[in-house]
Each structure stands twice: as C-alpha cells, then as structure tokens.
Write a protein that binds this ligand. Structure first.
Ligand SMILES: C[S@@+](CC[C@H](N)C(=O)[O-])C[C@H]1O[C@@H](n2cnc3c(N)ncnc32)[C@H](O)[C@@H]1O
Length: 209
C-alpha cells in the first residue's frame, strides 16, 4: 500500500492546526467511535479556505455523514450562503442539524435524507459541489451534477487518491477503477481546470470555466 503523506509530515501538520472548536472535537471523537470516515481537520481547513475565497451562495455536499465537513463549510459561509447536506441516514442528518443549531449556523444549512444524487439534481447554479459519497458513484455524480454547476464553480472531491490505490496497477476493484475514471474525466474535461492536493487521502479541486 502506498503512503500518501509521510506520517511524520501528517502529524507535523496536525500539530500546527489544533482544533479548539468543541463541536469539531466532539465530531472527531464520534468519527473514531463509529468508524465513519470524515475529512478531518486538515482537509476541513482546506474546505474552509476555498469557501472563504469563493464566497459561494450555494454549496451542495454529496455525502455528508453526520455533518463534519458540512460544519466546516457552514462556518466559512457568509450570511447569504447556504450548504445543502445529503445523506442516506436520518440519524446522521438529525445529528448534523443538532450541531448546527447549537452553533447558531442552522440557518445556513439544509438537510436532505435519502439518495444524494437524487437530492442534488434538484438544485441549479451550484457554486461549490463537494463529492464524498460511495466511491463507485463518483463518475455518475459528476455527470449528473455538471449541468447544475454555475459558471466559475468549484468542484471538490475527497479520496481522490483512494489510499494510494489509484497509483497501483494491480488494484482493479470497482471503487478504485471509478476514482481513476473520475480523476481522468476531471483532468481531461475542457470545462474544468483540475488538480489533486495530496493531503490526507487526496482532495481533487477543480475550477469550472
Ligand atoms: C465518507 S462519509 C461522509 C463524510 C463527510 N463528508 C465528512 O467528511 O464529514 C460518506 C457518507 O455518505 C453516505 N452516502 C454514500 N453514498 C450516498 C448516496 N448515494 N446518497 C446519500 N448518502 C450516501 C454514507 O452513508 C456516509 O454517511
């Protein structure tokens, strides 16, 4: 298995960015307890930065879990901005709603239980699309959502290096193959300018012309 970031670099970076927000700390503990993968604090900071720079009116998040990444987006949004969170799990969405209510950010969020792609298709002029659903759905996700993106939108996708498997020829499972096809699509599509930041599990960031 390929290591994306040397563990010493990872812990150096984590040491630089201690979380003092009790909601983030509680959600990081919940992720450890439940085993639900979250983007973590370093990618959370990247999401925050991209949101502050872009100042989106509408963020659609495909695959929100219990709201950790969505919370980073909501914190960074201006008052006129909104983040739509989507997840199969009613419990996850209820937890996300509770955290955002407690932190005074609930007005900036919408919570959709059910299939993320079905919910996502209901929105237009999306300024920032975040993709973190099951990996075998990544190509379907971008194909479904491309017509719904605003001009100059950002697309951000987690796990773009998929534990390094994308770079290992012998890995041919459905998830790895789909993440490879997704990356190729994003890099070769004439409407996107794309890179992958090799932070944690790889974060694809693309600008739509
Ligand atoms: C990796 S977790 C999301 C973590 C979250 N983005 C974070 O960093 O805090 C993926 C979540 O997406 C949900 N999921 C996967 N595919 C989905 C789909 N098609 N529709 C709705 N939820 C989906 C899973 O149940 C899981 O809760």
């Amino acid at each position: 298995m390929i290591t994306i970031t040397d563990p010493r670099i990872e812990s150096y970076l984590l040491g630089m960015a201690p979380d003092e927000d009790p909601h983030l700390v509680a959600m990081e503990e919940k992720a450890l307890e439940t085993g639900l993968p979250i983007v973590g604090p370093l990618v959370g900071r990247l999401l925050y930065l991209l949101t502050r720079l872009k100042q989106p009116a509408l963020i659609v998040e495909l695959g929100s879990g219990f709201g950790y990444s969505g919370y980073w987006f909501a914190r960074a949004l201006s008052l006129r901005g909104k983040v739509v969170m989507t997840d199969y799990s009613e419990d996850n969405m209820a937890y996300a709603r509770q955290v955002l209510s407690e932190s005074g950010l609930v007005e900036r969020a919408e919570f959709r239980v059910g299939d993320a792609l079905q919910a996502g298709r209901e929105y237009e002029n999306i300024d920032l699309l975040f993709i973190d659903i099951d990996k075998y759905q990544y190509v379907d996700a971008i194909e479904a959502m491309l017509p719904r993106l605003a001009k100059n939108a950002l697309v951000v996708a987690d796990n773009a290096l998929w534990h390094g498997r994308v770079a290992e020829e012998g890995e041919t499972d459905r998830e790895t193959e789909t993440v490879r096809r997704f990356n190729e699509y994003m890099f070769s599509h004439e409407e996107f300018f794309t890179t992958i930041v090799p932070l944690r599990d790889g974060v694809l960031v693309a600008y739509k012309f």
